[in-house]
Design a protein around this ligand. Sequence first.
Ligand code: F6P
Length: 333
Amino acid sequence: IKTIAVLTSGGDAPGMNAAIRAVVLAGHHYNLNVLGYQHGYIGLMEQEYQPLTPGDVYNIIQRGGTLLKSARCEPFKTEAGAQQAADNLQQAGVDALIVIGGDGSFRGAEHLSHFWDGQVIGLPGTIDNDVFGTDATIGYYTAIDTALENIDRVRDTADAFERIFLIEVMGRHAGFIGLSAAVGSGAEQVLLPELCEQEQIDIDALTRHIQKAQKIRGKCSYIVIVSENLWPGGANALAEDLNRRTGIECRPVILGHVQRGGSPVSLDRMLASKLGAYAVEAALAGKSGIMLGEQNAKVCEVPLAQTWSQRKPLDPYLVRIQTEMFDLLSTEA
Ligand code: F6P
């Protein structure tokens, strides 16, 4: 092969730049032309690309966001959209396309492969960590650290005023960020989609838990981590509801897109660098239709369709320590 292309698609994640850099440097090492498509699949449909050389990726390993910009692209999901993209790739002489994104982006890559006979390789890039077949996704570790830094700040003021805070974290429909943020911040409670599906949050139990905490520990700070999309109206509505039930002032904090930005932490830079380089070598080896991930510190190859066909489970041990062992109130009468 002579020419590889790379794009970033869906929600951007810290470490995407590190992955692009790795692809470009590895491509250069193997004397390949590297093209960077802008704005995800939109760029493929609109033939929006530029050649990438090592000079273009100088000094970006530490930067959040993505040099190539990102987008979600509905028209690409149609036959006409994917055919247009395939024709454009053909015209640009691309042999292999590396897609950095989450499960939606991998569905797009699979869709494209029905119209284009070039090679497609996915790299998991999303803060949500909800991609089956890899222990972690690029951006996940940074998002946890960002959440923790902010939750620690809330804890200071919560403690000073002995208040209850509901902190909403991202994750789309997965609780990876929520669980890690709860364990890492020492939160009193955590509400995750995997543990309580929508409308089934046991708000009575949560109310009792708060009241018990106040009875046993006296007035004190109390933090609940809530995954987004779990409760109609989110943390705001849940805080109001709890206010009414407990008579105690509950404050919502929605962390939102701060979790998507910032300089990637070391683990995300390592993962991105490893997977980006490996993607180029996999392309040279003729591989296609796979995502590259990491399992037990080893790079692994996962058929694209597998990455979304199964729901990736939360670490059951982390769930147990958070909800049982570290919940001192669970053993109190
Ligand atoms: O997939 C990453 C993510 O940040 C999710 O956690 C969140 O639900 C979604 O993207 C938000 O997307 P947007 O920025 O398009 O609103």
